[in-house]
Write a protein that binds this ligand. Structure first.
Ligand code: ADP
Ligand code: TRP
Length: 319
């Protein structure tokens, strides 16, 4: 079973990325052969600053390795080190109906947020389909907002296979329902474009001040509170084990437990859970050659798999 996912290097990674995509992908690496890449071609649809793109790409590499990516199990690479995906994207684009792309929410959302409606942004799902299909992926762990793109990929694969013969494995998205959407400070989806994030490896003082700003209702200290509707609890429970959850829930329901207490508990559990990742990240940061070597190795393995699919697709269409 091949598991594949990618993440754009278009800003600092945050808790939404971690719980929505990184942690599930890292868990899946125990169940099969995982491919994970840094989608820097995709990031070009919104980042037009070469120094920033380079830095963000590097940071994503460090973040993933720090959070537990195991390079002996997972093929980890930069998307741009496998340029074969572009040739496949073209072969896929000739069977991709315009209407399929016109229906994509992500395109409309990005344009409404001010990203230039370029051809690249519109064709983004076709490149994503190429990323997935070129490695004959079975399972694609992503956050809920990417589900439609995986569905588009399935449609494209089925259409290509029908027209040209069985070339591609039809993939399935894998979405962790429990963490389908991680809320940000304001209760909306946590997203770098809403400025409501808690960064994974930011300054802890900044994390503290952000956690203190999480929006809650106006219940007083003594009042019993409902954990199910609270943004602080929604984040806390992602870190917590069953016992810790039960304890926090009973604190909420009992009363005399203020949102300030819950925020302190959230900060503490975040600090504790991430302390080993921070230490590992600092180590990696002082070892850039090791990280670069690892990414190159990953790209080599990815390229071998990619060229084999590309050859089949080229033959199938008559090139
Ligand atoms: P952002 O919204 O900050 O721009 P991306 O769109 O780059 O984040 O998302 C990268 C990955 O992280 C995707 O798989 C996405 O589904 C997941 N993700 C991002 N934000 C969240 C969130 N708040 N909850 C769950 N998953 C998320
Ligand atoms: N579009 C994804 C995102 O914004 C990143 C991505 C690119 C991806 N190619 C992919 C995810 C292939 C999974 C599979 O998060």
């Amino acid at each position: 079973m091949r598991i594949l996912s990618g993440i754009q290097p278009s800003g600092k990674l945050h808790l939404g990325n971690y719980f929505g995509m990184m942690r599930p992908a890292l868990h899946l690496q125990e169940q099969g052969e995982a491919f994970l890449f840094i989608a820097n071609y995709h990031a070009l649809t919104s980042v037009h600053d070469s120094a920033r793109l380079k830095q963000d790409t590097w940071d994503v590499a460090l973040d993933f390795l720090a959070c537990g990516l195991d390079p002996s199990r997972t093929v980890f690479f930069r998307q741009s080190d496998v340029p074969e995906v572009h040739e496949l994207a073209w072969l896929l684009s000739i069977v991709t109906p315009m209407g399929l792309l016109e229906r994509c929410h992500s395109y409309k959302d990005k344009v409404s947020k001010g990203i230039a409606p370029s051809h690249g942004l519109f064709a983004y799902p076709v490149l994503m389909a190429a990323d997935i299909l070129i490695y004959q992926s079975n399972i694609v762990p992503v956050g809920r907002d990417q589900k439609q793109h995986v569905e588009v990929t399935r449609d494209i694969a089925i259409k290509f296979n029908n027209e040209f013969g069985e070339v591609f494995t039809v993939p399935e998205p894998s979405i962790q329902d429990e963490v389908a959407v991680v809320p940000g400070l304001d209760g909306q989806k946590m997203s770098k474009s809403y400025g409501n994030t808690i960064d994974l490896f930011g300054d802890m003082r900044e994390a503290k001040s952000r956690i203190m700003k999480i929006v809650t209702d106006s219940k007083g200290l003594e009042d019993p509170k409902d954990p199910a509707t609270c943004n602080v609890y929604a984040l806390y429970k992602l870190f917590a084990d069953d016992l810790q959850r039960a304890e926090m829930e009973s604190n909420y329901r009992r009363g005399n437990y203020g949102y300030g207490h819950a925020k302190k508990a959230l900060l503490a559990i975040f600090e504790e859970s991430f302390a080993p990742f921070r230490a590992r990240r600092a180590e990696l940061e002082s070892n850039p050659d090791y990280v670069e070597e690892l990414l190159r190795n990953g790209a080599e393995r990815a390229r071998a798999a990619a060229s084999s699919t590309l050859d089949k697709a080229r033959k199938a269409v008559g090139l």
